[in-house]
Design a binder for this molecule. Structure first.
Ligand code: BF8
Ligand code: SF4
Length: 630
Protein backbone atom coordinates (compact mmCIF):
# COMPACT_ATOMS: atom_id res chain seq x y z
CA UNK A 1 0.00 0.00 0.00
CA UNK A 2 1.38 3.41 -0.93
CA UNK A 3 2.29 5.80 1.84
CA UNK A 4 -0.66 7.80 3.14
CA UNK A 5 -0.56 11.57 2.90
CA UNK A 6 -3.34 14.11 3.05
CA UNK A 7 -3.93 16.25 -0.02
CA UNK A 8 -3.36 19.87 0.94
CA UNK A 9 -5.48 22.87 0.10
CA UNK A 10 -2.46 24.22 -1.82
CA UNK A 11 -2.61 21.14 -4.03
CA UNK A 12 -6.35 21.67 -4.53
CA UNK A 13 -5.62 25.25 -5.56
CA UNK A 14 -2.84 24.26 -7.91
CA UNK A 15 -5.26 21.92 -9.68
CA UNK A 16 -7.90 24.65 -9.83
CA UNK A 17 -5.42 27.12 -11.30
CA UNK A 18 -4.49 24.67 -14.03
CA UNK A 19 -8.17 24.23 -14.83
CA UNK A 20 -8.72 27.98 -14.96
CA UNK A 21 -5.85 28.16 -17.46
CA UNK A 22 -7.56 25.44 -19.45
CA UNK A 23 -10.75 27.50 -19.35
CA UNK A 24 -8.91 30.63 -20.45
CA UNK A 25 -8.15 28.93 -23.78
CA UNK A 26 -11.87 28.99 -24.57
CA UNK A 27 -12.84 32.19 -22.78
CA UNK A 28 -14.53 30.43 -19.85
CA UNK A 29 -15.84 32.47 -16.96
CA UNK A 30 -15.57 31.17 -13.36
CA UNK A 31 -16.66 32.14 -9.86
CA UNK A 32 -13.13 33.30 -9.04
CA UNK A 33 -13.58 36.13 -11.56
CA UNK A 34 -17.17 36.97 -10.68
CA UNK A 35 -16.28 37.35 -6.99
CA UNK A 36 -13.96 40.19 -7.96
CA UNK A 37 -16.80 41.98 -9.74
CA UNK A 38 -19.10 41.57 -6.76
CA UNK A 39 -16.81 42.82 -3.98
CA UNK A 40 -17.13 44.81 -1.86
CA UNK A 41 -20.66 43.62 -1.17
CA UNK A 42 -23.54 45.92 -0.31
CA UNK A 43 -23.29 46.83 3.37
CA UNK A 44 -27.07 47.03 3.83
CA UNK A 45 -27.42 43.54 2.46
CA UNK A 46 -24.58 42.21 4.58
CA UNK A 47 -26.00 43.63 7.77
CA UNK A 48 -29.57 42.70 6.94
CA UNK A 49 -30.74 46.31 7.16
CA UNK A 50 -32.48 46.68 3.81
CA UNK A 51 -36.21 46.00 3.66
CA UNK A 52 -37.99 45.48 0.36
CA UNK A 53 -41.11 43.67 1.42
CA UNK A 54 -43.41 46.46 0.28
CA UNK A 55 -43.24 49.03 -2.49
CA UNK A 56 -43.15 52.04 -0.20
CA UNK A 57 -39.51 51.00 0.09
CA UNK A 58 -36.95 49.69 -0.36
CA UNK A 59 -36.02 51.18 3.01
CA UNK A 60 -32.44 51.18 4.21
CA UNK A 61 -31.61 51.86 7.84
CA UNK A 62 -28.84 54.36 8.63
CA UNK A 63 -28.12 56.52 11.68
CA UNK A 64 -29.94 59.34 9.88
CA UNK A 65 -32.87 57.16 8.86
CA UNK A 66 -33.43 54.79 11.80
CA UNK A 67 -36.89 53.67 10.68
CA UNK A 68 -38.49 52.51 7.45
CA UNK A 69 -41.44 54.43 6.02
CA UNK A 70 -43.87 52.20 7.96
CA UNK A 71 -41.88 52.92 11.11
CA UNK A 72 -40.22 49.51 11.38
CA UNK A 73 -36.90 49.72 13.22
CA UNK A 74 -33.67 47.93 12.36
CA UNK A 75 -34.36 44.99 14.69
CA UNK A 76 -37.67 44.27 13.02
CA UNK A 77 -36.13 44.51 9.57
CA UNK A 78 -33.14 42.31 10.40
CA UNK A 79 -35.38 39.81 12.23
CA UNK A 80 -37.80 39.59 9.32
CA UNK A 81 -34.97 39.07 6.86
CA UNK A 82 -33.53 36.34 9.05
CA UNK A 83 -36.88 34.55 9.27
CA UNK A 84 -37.40 34.75 5.50
CA UNK A 85 -33.91 33.37 4.97
CA UNK A 86 -34.72 30.46 7.28
CA UNK A 87 -38.07 29.81 5.65
CA UNK A 88 -36.35 29.63 2.26
CA UNK A 89 -34.06 26.91 3.55
CA UNK A 90 -36.76 25.04 5.36
CA UNK A 91 -38.99 25.07 2.27
CA UNK A 92 -36.15 23.82 0.09
CA UNK A 93 -35.10 20.85 2.22
CA UNK A 94 -38.68 19.97 2.98
CA UNK A 95 -39.82 20.11 -0.64
CA UNK A 96 -36.98 17.73 -1.46
CA UNK A 97 -38.37 15.48 1.30
CA UNK A 98 -41.82 15.77 -0.25
CA UNK A 99 -40.51 14.69 -3.67
CA UNK A 100 -39.10 11.58 -2.02
CA UNK A 101 -42.49 10.85 -0.44
CA UNK A 102 -44.07 11.13 -3.89
CA UNK A 103 -41.44 8.79 -5.30
CA UNK A 104 -42.33 6.34 -2.52
CA UNK A 105 -45.92 6.56 -3.67
CA UNK A 106 -44.75 5.41 -7.11
CA UNK A 107 -42.84 2.43 -5.70
CA UNK A 108 -43.83 -0.71 -7.59
CA UNK A 109 -42.22 -4.17 -7.66
CA UNK A 110 -42.23 -3.97 -11.47
CA UNK A 111 -41.60 -0.24 -11.80
CA UNK A 112 -38.66 2.14 -11.74
CA UNK A 113 -38.60 2.45 -7.96
CA UNK A 114 -38.64 -0.44 -5.52
CA UNK A 115 -38.66 -0.75 -1.74
CA UNK A 116 -35.04 -1.65 -1.03
CA UNK A 117 -35.23 -1.54 2.78
CA UNK A 118 -38.56 -3.09 3.80
CA UNK A 119 -37.43 -3.52 7.43
CA UNK A 120 -36.89 0.19 7.77
CA UNK A 121 -40.30 0.90 6.29
CA UNK A 122 -41.92 -1.47 8.78
CA UNK A 123 -39.94 0.09 11.63
CA UNK A 124 -41.17 3.60 10.77
CA UNK A 125 -44.72 2.33 10.25
CA UNK A 126 -44.70 0.83 13.74
CA UNK A 127 -43.24 4.05 15.12
CA UNK A 128 -46.19 5.89 13.55
CA UNK A 129 -48.71 3.39 14.88
CA UNK A 130 -49.57 1.97 11.47
CA UNK A 131 -50.68 -1.66 11.28
CA UNK A 132 -48.09 -3.69 9.36
CA UNK A 133 -49.16 -7.26 10.00
CA UNK A 134 -50.01 -9.20 6.85
CA UNK A 135 -49.76 -6.10 4.66
CA UNK A 136 -48.11 -6.19 1.24
CA UNK A 137 -44.94 -4.10 1.51
CA UNK A 138 -45.93 -1.95 -1.46
CA UNK A 139 -49.37 -1.28 -0.02
CA UNK A 140 -47.64 -0.26 3.18
CA UNK A 141 -45.24 1.98 1.23
CA UNK A 142 -48.15 3.78 -0.40
CA UNK A 143 -50.02 4.14 2.87
CA UNK A 144 -46.91 5.51 4.58
CA UNK A 145 -46.18 7.92 1.76
CA UNK A 146 -49.70 9.36 2.10
CA UNK A 147 -49.26 9.77 5.84
CA UNK A 148 -45.86 11.35 5.27
CA UNK A 149 -47.31 13.78 2.74
CA UNK A 150 -49.96 14.76 5.26
CA UNK A 151 -47.18 15.92 7.59
CA UNK A 152 -46.80 18.82 5.16
CA UNK A 153 -50.32 20.10 5.47
CA UNK A 154 -52.14 18.50 8.36
CA UNK A 155 -54.49 20.93 10.08
CA UNK A 156 -53.79 19.84 13.64
CA UNK A 157 -50.97 18.52 15.76
CA UNK A 158 -47.19 18.63 15.46
CA UNK A 159 -44.61 16.62 13.50
CA UNK A 160 -44.67 12.85 14.07
CA UNK A 161 -40.89 12.54 14.24
CA UNK A 162 -40.64 14.91 17.22
CA UNK A 163 -41.37 11.89 19.39
CA UNK A 164 -37.91 10.60 18.57
CA UNK A 165 -36.40 13.34 20.73
CA UNK A 166 -35.79 12.83 24.44
CA UNK A 167 -38.72 13.81 26.67
CA UNK A 168 -36.86 16.85 27.97
CA UNK A 169 -36.31 18.21 24.44
CA UNK A 170 -39.96 17.66 23.55
CA UNK A 171 -40.98 19.55 26.68
CA UNK A 172 -38.77 22.49 25.74
CA UNK A 173 -40.33 22.62 22.27
CA UNK A 174 -43.82 22.60 23.80
CA UNK A 175 -42.99 25.13 26.48
CA UNK A 176 -41.36 27.55 24.06
CA UNK A 177 -44.13 27.07 21.49
CA UNK A 178 -41.68 26.04 18.82
CA UNK A 179 -42.84 22.44 18.27
CA UNK A 180 -43.37 22.51 14.51
CA UNK A 181 -46.87 21.90 13.17
CA UNK A 182 -47.44 21.04 9.50
CA UNK A 183 -44.25 21.72 7.55
CA UNK A 184 -45.87 23.91 4.92
CA UNK A 185 -47.68 25.78 7.66
CA UNK A 186 -44.40 26.83 9.29
CA UNK A 187 -43.08 28.12 5.98
CA UNK A 188 -46.32 29.92 5.14
CA UNK A 189 -46.59 31.27 8.67
CA UNK A 190 -43.03 32.64 8.38
CA UNK A 191 -43.95 34.46 5.17
CA UNK A 192 -47.14 35.72 6.78
CA UNK A 193 -45.32 36.96 9.89
CA UNK A 194 -42.85 38.85 7.72
CA UNK A 195 -45.43 40.51 5.48
CA UNK A 196 -45.66 44.27 5.73
CA UNK A 197 -47.42 45.19 8.91
CA UNK A 198 -47.12 41.85 10.75
CA UNK A 199 -44.33 40.94 13.23
CA UNK A 200 -41.49 43.31 13.92
CA UNK A 201 -40.68 42.01 17.40
CA UNK A 202 -37.26 40.28 17.29
CA UNK A 203 -38.23 37.62 19.89
CA UNK A 204 -41.26 36.56 17.85
CA UNK A 205 -39.28 36.45 14.61
CA UNK A 206 -36.39 34.47 16.07
CA UNK A 207 -38.80 32.06 17.77
CA UNK A 208 -40.53 31.36 14.47
CA UNK A 209 -37.11 30.93 12.84
CA UNK A 210 -36.39 28.12 15.29
CA UNK A 211 -39.79 26.58 14.68
CA UNK A 212 -39.43 26.76 10.94
CA UNK A 213 -35.96 25.22 11.23
CA UNK A 214 -37.36 22.40 13.37
CA UNK A 215 -40.05 21.68 10.77
CA UNK A 216 -37.14 21.02 8.41
CA UNK A 217 -34.77 19.01 10.61
CA UNK A 218 -37.36 16.93 12.45
CA UNK A 219 -39.88 17.10 9.60
CA UNK A 220 -39.07 17.58 5.92
CA UNK A 221 -35.39 16.61 6.00
CA UNK A 222 -36.05 13.62 8.22
CA UNK A 223 -38.75 12.51 5.84
CA UNK A 224 -36.30 12.88 2.93
CA UNK A 225 -33.64 10.82 4.66
CA UNK A 226 -35.85 8.07 6.04
CA UNK A 227 -37.84 7.42 2.89
CA UNK A 228 -34.76 7.70 0.65
CA UNK A 229 -33.35 4.85 2.74
CA UNK A 230 -36.55 2.87 2.29
CA UNK A 231 -36.40 3.36 -1.48
CA UNK A 232 -32.70 3.18 -2.21
CA UNK A 233 -31.30 1.31 0.78
CA UNK A 234 -29.94 2.43 4.13
CA UNK A 235 -26.27 3.30 3.71
CA UNK A 236 -23.64 0.88 4.97
CA UNK A 237 -19.88 1.45 5.08
CA UNK A 238 -18.56 1.34 1.53
CA UNK A 239 -15.30 2.26 -0.18
CA UNK A 240 -15.11 5.06 -2.68
CA UNK A 241 -12.78 7.80 -3.95
CA UNK A 242 -12.89 11.56 -3.97
CA UNK A 243 -11.54 14.51 -5.95
CA UNK A 244 -11.31 15.38 -9.63
CA UNK A 245 -8.96 12.50 -10.30
CA UNK A 246 -12.00 10.20 -10.22
CA UNK A 247 -12.91 11.43 -13.70
CA UNK A 248 -11.57 9.15 -16.44
CA UNK A 249 -9.83 10.16 -19.64
CA UNK A 250 -10.91 7.15 -21.65
CA UNK A 251 -14.50 6.80 -20.44
CA UNK A 252 -17.75 8.71 -20.84
CA UNK A 253 -17.90 10.93 -17.76
CA UNK A 254 -21.36 11.70 -16.45
CA UNK A 255 -21.51 14.03 -13.48
CA UNK A 256 -24.63 13.99 -11.30
CA UNK A 257 -25.19 17.18 -9.34
CA UNK A 258 -27.92 18.43 -7.05
CA UNK A 259 -29.79 16.73 -4.22
CA UNK A 260 -32.64 14.37 -5.03
CA UNK A 261 -31.46 10.75 -5.32
CA UNK A 262 -34.51 9.80 -7.42
CA UNK A 263 -32.65 11.10 -10.49
CA UNK A 264 -29.08 10.08 -9.72
CA UNK A 265 -30.06 6.54 -8.69
CA UNK A 266 -31.68 6.04 -12.08
CA UNK A 267 -28.69 7.49 -13.94
CA UNK A 268 -26.41 5.09 -12.06
CA UNK A 269 -28.70 2.16 -12.93
CA UNK A 270 -28.53 2.92 -16.63
CA UNK A 271 -24.82 3.71 -16.61
CA UNK A 272 -24.33 0.13 -15.35
CA UNK A 273 -26.60 -1.35 -17.99
CA UNK A 274 -24.60 -3.73 -20.26
CA UNK A 275 -26.47 -2.40 -23.28
CA UNK A 276 -25.35 1.15 -22.47
CA UNK A 277 -21.78 0.08 -21.76
CA UNK A 278 -21.65 -1.73 -25.09
CA UNK A 279 -22.96 1.40 -26.77
CA UNK A 280 -20.25 3.50 -25.09
CA UNK A 281 -17.62 1.09 -26.43
CA UNK A 282 -19.10 1.34 -29.87
CA UNK A 283 -18.65 5.11 -29.58
CA UNK A 284 -14.96 4.73 -28.78
CA UNK A 285 -14.98 4.97 -24.98
CA UNK A 286 -13.77 2.25 -22.60
CA UNK A 287 -16.86 2.53 -20.41
CA UNK A 288 -19.15 4.86 -18.51
CA UNK A 289 -17.99 6.64 -15.39
CA UNK A 290 -20.51 8.34 -13.10
CA UNK A 291 -19.21 10.72 -10.46
CA UNK A 292 -20.95 13.28 -8.29
CA UNK A 293 -20.91 16.86 -7.13
CA UNK A 294 -22.63 18.31 -4.03
CA UNK A 295 -25.24 16.39 -2.07
CA UNK A 296 -26.41 14.15 -4.88
CA UNK A 297 -22.86 12.91 -4.83
CA UNK A 298 -23.16 12.15 -1.13
CA UNK A 299 -26.36 10.21 -1.73
CA UNK A 300 -24.94 7.91 -4.41
CA UNK A 301 -21.55 7.63 -2.71
CA UNK A 302 -23.18 6.46 0.52
CA UNK A 303 -25.35 3.85 -1.18
CA UNK A 304 -23.35 2.78 -4.24
CA UNK A 305 -19.78 3.88 -3.69
CA UNK A 306 -20.04 6.26 -6.67
CA UNK A 307 -16.96 8.51 -6.51
CA UNK A 308 -17.20 12.14 -5.43
CA UNK A 309 -15.69 14.53 -7.97
CA UNK A 310 -16.08 17.56 -5.76
CA UNK A 311 -18.13 19.85 -3.63
CA UNK A 312 -19.94 23.14 -4.20
CA UNK A 313 -17.10 25.37 -5.40
CA UNK A 314 -15.71 22.58 -7.57
CA UNK A 315 -18.79 22.33 -9.77
CA UNK A 316 -17.30 24.48 -12.52
CA UNK A 317 -14.03 22.56 -12.26
CA UNK A 318 -15.63 19.34 -13.49
CA UNK A 319 -16.59 21.08 -16.73
CA UNK A 320 -13.21 22.81 -16.97
CA UNK A 321 -11.55 19.37 -17.22
CA UNK A 322 -12.86 19.24 -20.78
CA UNK A 323 -13.69 15.59 -20.07
CA UNK A 324 -17.26 15.94 -18.85
CA UNK A 325 -19.73 14.57 -21.40
CA UNK A 326 -22.76 15.55 -19.36
CA UNK A 327 -23.46 17.29 -16.10
CA UNK A 328 -26.93 16.23 -15.04
CA UNK A 329 -28.64 18.24 -12.36
CA UNK A 330 -31.83 18.12 -10.36
CA UNK A 331 -32.34 20.81 -7.70
CA UNK A 332 -30.39 23.18 -5.42
CA UNK A 333 -26.86 24.57 -5.30
CA UNK A 334 -26.47 24.40 -9.07
CA UNK A 335 -24.61 27.38 -10.53
CA UNK A 336 -26.53 28.96 -13.41
CA UNK A 337 -22.99 29.53 -14.68
CA UNK A 338 -22.91 25.90 -15.79
CA UNK A 339 -25.04 26.75 -18.82
CA UNK A 340 -22.70 29.23 -20.49
CA UNK A 341 -19.65 27.36 -19.22
CA UNK A 342 -20.76 24.09 -20.80
CA UNK A 343 -21.04 25.94 -24.14
CA UNK A 344 -17.29 26.64 -24.02
CA UNK A 345 -16.70 22.89 -24.01
CA UNK A 346 -18.52 19.91 -25.51
CA UNK A 347 -20.36 19.30 -22.23
CA UNK A 348 -24.14 18.82 -22.16
CA UNK A 349 -25.71 20.65 -19.24
CA UNK A 350 -28.90 18.72 -18.54
CA UNK A 351 -31.57 20.12 -16.24
CA UNK A 352 -34.32 17.74 -15.21
CA UNK A 353 -36.59 19.45 -12.72
CA UNK A 354 -39.29 22.08 -13.18
CA UNK A 355 -37.97 23.47 -9.87
CA UNK A 356 -34.52 24.25 -11.31
CA UNK A 357 -34.77 25.46 -14.91
CA UNK A 358 -31.87 27.40 -16.38
CA UNK A 359 -30.80 29.03 -19.63
CA UNK A 360 -28.32 27.29 -21.93
CA UNK A 361 -29.39 23.86 -20.73
CA UNK A 362 -30.97 20.79 -22.31
CA UNK A 363 -34.16 20.24 -20.32
CA UNK A 364 -35.19 16.62 -20.00
CA UNK A 365 -38.10 16.65 -17.62
CA UNK A 366 -37.72 13.82 -15.19
CA UNK A 367 -40.54 12.25 -13.26
CA UNK A 368 -41.10 9.09 -11.30
CA UNK A 369 -43.36 7.47 -13.93
CA UNK A 370 -40.96 8.00 -16.84
CA UNK A 371 -37.73 7.90 -14.82
CA UNK A 372 -36.31 4.87 -16.64
CA UNK A 373 -36.70 6.27 -20.14
CA UNK A 374 -35.53 9.73 -19.02
CA UNK A 375 -32.38 8.32 -17.46
CA UNK A 376 -31.69 6.15 -20.49
CA UNK A 377 -32.06 9.15 -22.80
CA UNK A 378 -29.63 11.16 -20.67
CA UNK A 379 -27.03 8.39 -20.53
CA UNK A 380 -27.34 7.92 -24.29
CA UNK A 381 -26.91 11.63 -24.89
CA UNK A 382 -23.71 11.60 -22.84
CA UNK A 383 -22.35 8.58 -24.71
CA UNK A 384 -23.05 10.15 -28.07
CA UNK A 385 -21.30 13.29 -26.91
CA UNK A 386 -18.00 11.46 -26.23
CA UNK A 387 -16.87 11.89 -29.83
CA UNK A 388 -17.25 15.67 -29.50
CA UNK A 389 -14.52 15.96 -26.87
CA UNK A 390 -11.63 18.18 -27.86
CA UNK A 391 -8.52 16.23 -26.85
CA UNK A 392 -6.44 19.41 -26.60
CA UNK A 393 -8.83 20.67 -23.90
CA UNK A 394 -8.80 17.55 -21.75
CA UNK A 395 -7.05 18.10 -18.45
CA UNK A 396 -7.97 15.94 -15.46
CA UNK A 397 -5.93 16.73 -12.34
CA UNK A 398 -4.63 13.36 -11.16
CA UNK A 399 -5.57 13.87 -7.59
CA UNK A 400 -7.84 11.64 -5.53
CA UNK A 401 -8.09 9.99 -2.14
CA UNK A 402 -9.72 6.83 -0.85
CA UNK A 403 -12.68 7.19 1.45
CA UNK A 404 -14.92 4.92 3.47
CA UNK A 405 -18.41 6.40 3.56
CA UNK A 406 -21.92 5.26 4.44
CA UNK A 407 -22.24 5.89 8.17
CA UNK A 408 -25.98 6.07 8.59
CA UNK A 409 -27.28 5.91 12.16
CA UNK A 410 -28.06 2.22 11.61
CA UNK A 411 -24.57 1.44 10.34
CA UNK A 412 -22.96 3.30 13.23
CA UNK A 413 -24.91 1.06 15.61
CA UNK A 414 -23.82 -2.05 13.67
CA UNK A 415 -20.21 -0.88 13.68
CA UNK A 416 -20.35 -0.43 17.45
CA UNK A 417 -21.78 -3.94 17.87
CA UNK A 418 -18.48 -5.25 16.53
CA UNK A 419 -16.49 -3.61 19.28
CA UNK A 420 -18.71 -4.20 22.31
CA UNK A 421 -16.51 -5.81 24.91
CA UNK A 422 -18.66 -5.38 27.99
CA UNK A 423 -20.18 -8.29 29.95
CA UNK A 424 -23.65 -6.88 29.49
CA UNK A 425 -25.22 -7.25 26.07
CA UNK A 426 -25.12 -3.85 24.42
CA UNK A 427 -25.96 -5.02 20.94
CA UNK A 428 -27.93 -2.54 18.91
CA UNK A 429 -27.28 0.42 21.21
CA UNK A 430 -25.02 3.44 21.41
CA UNK A 431 -23.72 2.32 24.82
CA UNK A 432 -20.17 1.66 23.55
CA UNK A 433 -20.05 5.19 22.10
CA UNK A 434 -21.41 6.68 25.29
CA UNK A 435 -18.79 4.77 27.30
CA UNK A 436 -16.01 6.09 25.06
CA UNK A 437 -17.29 9.63 25.58
CA UNK A 438 -17.93 9.24 29.31
CA UNK A 439 -14.51 7.70 29.94
CA UNK A 440 -12.82 10.48 27.96
CA UNK A 441 -11.26 8.17 25.36
CA UNK A 442 -13.22 10.36 22.96
CA UNK A 443 -13.56 13.90 24.32
CA UNK A 444 -16.65 14.71 22.30
CA UNK A 445 -18.08 15.00 18.82
CA UNK A 446 -18.45 17.77 16.28
CA UNK A 447 -21.00 17.71 13.48
CA UNK A 448 -19.18 19.40 10.58
CA UNK A 449 -21.63 20.46 7.93
CA UNK A 450 -22.35 22.93 5.21
CA UNK A 451 -21.05 24.48 2.09
CA UNK A 452 -18.10 26.32 0.58
CA UNK A 453 -18.18 30.08 0.30
CA UNK A 454 -15.66 32.28 -1.51
CA UNK A 455 -15.56 34.35 1.69
CA UNK A 456 -13.47 31.54 3.16
CA UNK A 457 -10.47 30.04 1.36
CA UNK A 458 -12.35 27.03 -0.04
CA UNK A 459 -12.15 23.87 2.05
CA UNK A 460 -9.45 25.23 4.39
CA UNK A 461 -11.80 25.78 7.28
CA UNK A 462 -13.37 22.34 6.98
CA UNK A 463 -10.08 20.54 6.69
CA UNK A 464 -8.06 22.53 9.21
CA UNK A 465 -10.80 22.32 11.82
CA UNK A 466 -11.19 18.59 11.35
CA UNK A 467 -7.45 18.04 11.66
CA UNK A 468 -7.35 20.07 14.84
CA UNK A 469 -10.39 18.38 16.37
CA UNK A 470 -9.35 14.80 15.70
CA UNK A 471 -5.90 15.54 17.09
CA UNK A 472 -7.75 16.44 20.28
CA UNK A 473 -9.68 13.14 20.33
CA UNK A 474 -12.87 14.69 19.05
CA UNK A 475 -14.69 12.47 16.56
CA UNK A 476 -16.28 14.14 13.53
CA UNK A 477 -19.56 13.33 11.87
CA UNK A 478 -19.78 15.16 8.56
CA UNK A 479 -22.32 15.80 5.85
CA UNK A 480 -22.84 17.88 2.74
CA UNK A 481 -19.92 19.70 1.20
CA UNK A 482 -18.00 19.48 4.46
CA UNK A 483 -17.95 15.70 4.12
CA UNK A 484 -16.66 16.02 0.58
CA UNK A 485 -13.90 18.38 1.64
CA UNK A 486 -12.84 15.75 4.19
CA UNK A 487 -12.94 12.96 1.64
CA UNK A 488 -10.95 14.92 -0.92
CA UNK A 489 -8.30 15.71 1.64
CA UNK A 490 -8.05 12.07 2.72
CA UNK A 491 -9.66 12.41 6.15
CA UNK A 492 -12.13 9.62 5.35
CA UNK A 493 -9.32 7.21 4.60
CA UNK A 494 -9.03 4.86 7.57
CA UNK A 495 -5.29 5.57 7.64
CA UNK A 496 -6.11 9.11 8.77
CA UNK A 497 -6.38 7.56 12.23
CA UNK A 498 -2.68 8.38 12.57
CA UNK A 499 -3.60 12.06 12.73
CA UNK A 500 -5.79 11.49 15.80
CA UNK A 501 -5.01 11.77 19.46
CA UNK A 502 -4.26 8.45 21.17
CA UNK A 503 -7.83 7.87 22.38
CA UNK A 504 -9.61 8.46 19.09
CA UNK A 505 -6.91 6.54 17.24
CA UNK A 506 -7.58 3.50 19.42
CA UNK A 507 -11.33 3.78 18.78
CA UNK A 508 -10.73 4.03 15.02
CA UNK A 509 -8.56 0.92 15.16
CA UNK A 510 -11.01 -1.10 17.25
CA UNK A 511 -14.05 -0.11 15.24
CA UNK A 512 -12.17 -0.02 11.92
CA UNK A 513 -13.49 3.42 11.03
CA UNK A 514 -12.00 6.66 9.74
CA UNK A 515 -11.95 9.55 12.25
CA UNK A 516 -14.36 11.55 10.10
CA UNK A 517 -17.62 9.69 9.52
CA UNK A 518 -19.60 10.51 6.39
CA UNK A 519 -23.26 10.67 7.44
CA UNK A 520 -24.60 11.81 4.08
CA UNK A 521 -26.14 14.81 2.41
CA UNK A 522 -27.52 17.94 4.09
CA UNK A 523 -30.99 16.45 4.62
CA UNK A 524 -29.12 13.66 6.40
CA UNK A 525 -28.26 16.02 9.24
CA UNK A 526 -31.52 14.53 10.46
CA UNK A 527 -29.46 11.34 10.99
CA UNK A 528 -27.26 13.35 13.33
CA UNK A 529 -30.35 14.50 15.23
CA UNK A 530 -31.37 10.88 15.76
CA UNK A 531 -27.82 10.06 16.85
CA UNK A 532 -27.66 12.78 19.52
CA UNK A 533 -31.19 11.98 20.68
CA UNK A 534 -30.29 8.32 21.21
CA UNK A 535 -26.94 9.18 22.77
CA UNK A 536 -28.64 11.47 25.28
CA UNK A 537 -31.18 8.76 26.10
CA UNK A 538 -28.56 6.08 26.64
CA UNK A 539 -26.41 8.41 28.74
CA UNK A 540 -29.49 9.56 30.62
CA UNK A 541 -28.63 13.22 30.09
CA UNK A 542 -30.17 16.09 28.14
CA UNK A 543 -28.96 16.71 24.59
CA UNK A 544 -27.60 20.09 25.67
CA UNK A 545 -25.39 18.34 28.24
CA UNK A 546 -23.60 16.20 25.66
CA UNK A 547 -20.06 17.27 24.71
CA UNK A 548 -21.26 17.74 21.17
CA UNK A 549 -21.36 20.86 19.00
CA UNK A 550 -22.29 21.69 15.41
CA UNK A 551 -20.13 23.66 13.00
CA UNK A 552 -20.67 25.18 9.55
CA UNK A 553 -17.43 27.04 8.86
CA UNK A 554 -17.97 27.84 5.18
CA UNK A 555 -21.75 27.93 4.88
CA UNK A 556 -23.57 29.99 2.25
CA UNK A 557 -27.17 28.83 1.68
CA UNK A 558 -30.57 29.49 3.20
CA UNK A 559 -30.72 25.78 3.91
CA UNK A 560 -27.70 26.13 6.17
CA UNK A 561 -29.50 28.70 8.30
CA UNK A 562 -32.53 26.46 8.57
CA UNK A 563 -30.18 23.68 9.69
CA UNK A 564 -28.42 25.95 12.17
CA UNK A 565 -31.77 26.86 13.67
CA UNK A 566 -32.90 23.30 14.19
CA UNK A 567 -29.54 22.21 15.52
CA UNK A 568 -29.57 25.05 18.06
CA UNK A 569 -33.25 24.42 18.86
CA UNK A 570 -32.35 20.78 19.52
CA UNK A 571 -29.96 21.95 22.24
CA UNK A 572 -26.66 21.84 20.36
CA UNK A 573 -24.35 24.88 20.31
CA UNK A 574 -23.56 25.83 16.74
CA UNK A 575 -20.40 27.50 15.42
CA UNK A 576 -20.38 29.51 12.21
CA UNK A 577 -17.40 30.73 10.22
CA UNK A 578 -19.43 33.06 8.00
CA UNK A 579 -21.67 35.80 9.40
CA UNK A 580 -25.40 35.59 8.82
CA UNK A 581 -27.00 38.85 7.65
CA UNK A 582 -27.92 40.01 11.15
CA UNK A 583 -25.06 42.20 12.31
CA UNK A 584 -27.19 45.33 11.78
CA UNK A 585 -29.31 44.49 14.82
CA UNK A 586 -27.86 44.15 18.30
CA UNK A 587 -31.14 42.63 19.44
CA UNK A 588 -31.33 39.88 16.82
CA UNK A 589 -27.60 39.17 17.15
CA UNK A 590 -27.97 39.09 20.93
CA UNK A 591 -30.84 36.64 20.73
CA UNK A 592 -29.06 34.28 18.36
CA UNK A 593 -25.74 34.27 20.16
CA UNK A 594 -27.09 34.33 23.68
CA UNK A 595 -30.79 34.95 24.30
CA UNK A 596 -32.08 31.74 22.71
CA UNK A 597 -30.03 29.79 25.25
CA UNK A 598 -32.73 30.60 27.82
CA UNK A 599 -35.29 28.98 25.56
CA UNK A 600 -33.49 25.95 24.08
CA UNK A 601 -30.26 25.53 26.10
CA UNK A 602 -27.98 26.34 23.13
CA UNK A 603 -26.97 29.27 20.93
CA UNK A 604 -24.80 30.36 18.01
CA UNK A 605 -21.18 31.49 18.04
CA UNK A 606 -19.85 33.34 15.00
CA UNK A 607 -16.08 33.48 14.55
CA UNK A 608 -14.31 34.12 11.27
CA UNK A 609 -10.85 33.22 12.58
CA UNK A 610 -10.74 29.47 11.98
CA UNK A 611 -8.20 28.75 14.66
CA UNK A 612 -10.23 30.61 17.25
CA UNK A 613 -13.37 28.85 16.04
CA UNK A 614 -11.70 25.50 16.69
CA UNK A 615 -10.47 26.61 20.12
CA UNK A 616 -13.96 27.79 21.03
CA UNK A 617 -15.46 24.42 20.12
CA UNK A 618 -12.83 22.50 22.07
CA UNK A 619 -13.35 24.76 25.08
CA UNK A 620 -17.11 24.25 24.91
CA UNK A 621 -16.70 20.47 24.72
CA UNK A 622 -14.44 20.50 27.78
CA UNK A 623 -16.88 22.79 29.62
CA UNK A 624 -19.69 20.34 28.94
CA UNK A 625 -17.55 17.45 30.16
CA UNK A 626 -16.70 19.30 33.34
CA UNK A 627 -20.35 20.13 33.97
CA UNK A 628 -21.25 16.47 33.48
CA UNK A 629 -18.41 15.40 35.75
CA UNK A 630 -16.87 13.10 33.15
O1 BF8 B 1 -27.42 20.82 0.74
S1 BF8 B 1 -23.56 21.82 1.82
S2 BF8 B 1 -23.38 23.90 -0.92
S3 BF8 B 1 -24.68 20.96 -1.73
S4 BF8 B 1 -26.34 23.70 0.82
FE1 BF8 B 1 -25.32 23.05 -1.16
FE2 BF8 B 1 -24.21 23.74 1.03
FE3 BF8 B 1 -23.19 21.88 -0.39
FE4 BF8 B 1 -26.12 20.16 -0.35
NI1 BF8 B 1 -25.99 21.64 1.73
FE1 SF4 C 1 -40.05 50.07 4.18
FE2 SF4 C 1 -41.76 49.17 6.04
FE3 SF4 C 1 -42.20 48.66 3.45
FE4 SF4 C 1 -40.16 47.49 4.72
S1 SF4 C 1 -42.32 47.19 5.15
S2 SF4 C 1 -40.09 48.39 2.68
S3 SF4 C 1 -39.53 49.08 6.13
S4 SF4 C 1 -42.19 50.66 4.42
Amino acid sequence: MSEFKLTSVEEFEQATNELLENGAKVGADAWQFRVKNQTPHCKFGEQGTCCRICTMGPCRITPKAPRGICGCDVHGIVGRNFLRFTAGGSATHSDHGREICHTLHEADPNGNYKVKDPEKLIRIAKEWGVETEGKDIYDLAHEMSELALLEYGKPFGTQRFLKRAPQHTQEIWEREEIAPRAIDREVACSLHMTHMGCSSLPEALVRQSLRSGLSDGWGGSMMGTEFSDVLFGTPKPIETEANLGVMKEDEVNIIVHGHDPSLSEMICEYADDPEMIAYAKEMGAKGINVAGVCCTSNEVAMRRGVPMAGNFLQQENVVLTGACEAIVVDVQCIFPALGPLSKCFHTKFVTTSPIAQMPDAEYIRFNAKTAGENAKAIVKMAIENFKNRKPELVHIPHMKQKATVGYSFESIIKTLDKVTNSQVDQTGTLMPLWQCVASGVIRGAVAMVGCNNPKVRPDTAHIELMKKLIAHDVIIVASGCSAQAAARAGLMDKRAKDLCGAGLKRVCELADIPPVLHMGSCVDISRMMVLVAELAKIGNVNISQLPVVGCAPEWMSEKAVSIGNYVVATGIDTYLGVEPYVSGSTEVTGLLTNGVRDWVEAAYTVEKDIDKLGDAMLARIEEKRAALGV
